[in-house]
Design a protein around this ligand. Structure first.
Ligand code: GLN
Length: 231
């Protein structure tokens, strides 16, 4: 406390459509990420302005000084750590394969030969698909800018399979009438972190980590999870 930063407004990049982490409802932005960053800002005495954008545009926007912070279900990866600094992890996730409900020929990563795989631009899922493309014999890795378009492509039968973060697709299947199901094992243990511009934002990063710890300690974080994920 007592710093000249009190009341400062930071721009925060969020994914446009990524329930339960961020989504629009009744003209308002909601979700786990939105509530977490608001709770941290309140604890640490700064203000935020949300900037919804395609996920693939978020890190470039941080690098271009258009964003101070990003919270977007963003997995902490070594590759990204070369470009941004991450807060302590705040959520455990992992990738899964998703097919249409009536699909029975894809049950694991071993069944992708000749298949069209839908992914979202700039995500760990996209990176994973590109990495295994040749060895798995994937016919095409098709890029989308947002998750709902990617889900539709598979639900409509225009792509065979998609790769998405497990908590996101599980929530989408539960809350909307998507004819999709997850198959196979979860691919890896991702952890979400809050990103800030590399090297230059240590003060903001310590506030974010301190706020995160406070909302974990005072029960606010658990309350937020309960709001969106239930018991
Ligand atoms: N967790 C994934 C990643 O970091 C997907 C994030 C997203 O689609 N918003 O790439």
């Amino acid at each position: 406390g007592g710093s000249g930063d009190a009341g400062k407004t930071y721009t925060v990049g969020v994914d446009t459509t990524y329930p339960p982490f961020e989504f629009e409802e009744g003209g308002e932005y909601k979700g786990i990420d939105i509530d977490v960053i608001n709770a941290i800002a309140e604890e640490e005495g700064f203000k935020i302005e949300l900037k919804p954008m395609d996920f693939g545009g978020i890190i470039p926007a941080i690098l271009a000084d258009q964003l101070d912070v990003a919270i977007a279900g963003m997995s902490i990866t070594d590759e990204r750590k070369a470009k941004v600094d991450f807060s302590d992890p705040y959520f455990d996730a992992g990738l899964t394969l998703v097919v249409s409900e009536n699909n029975s020929d894809i049950t694991s990563m071993d069944d992708l030969k000749g298949k069209v795989v839908a992914v979202k631009n700039g995500t760990t899922g996209a990176q994973y698909a590109e990495k295994i493309k040749e060895e798995a014999g994937i016919k095409e890795v098709r890029q989308f800018n947002d998750s709902p378009s990617m889900f539709q492509e598979v639900a409509n039968g225009n792509a065979d399979v998609l790769i998405e973060d497990y908590p996101v697709i599980a929530y989408a299947i539960k809350t909307s009438k998507l004819d999709l199901k997850t198959v196979g094992d979860r691919l890896n243990g991702d952890q979400y972190g809050i990103a800030v511009k590399k090297g230059t934002n240590q003060d903001l990063l310590s506030k974010i980590n301190s706020g995160l710890q406070k909302i974990r300690d005072n029960g606010k974080y658990d309350e937020i999870l309960k709001t969106y994920l239930g018991e």
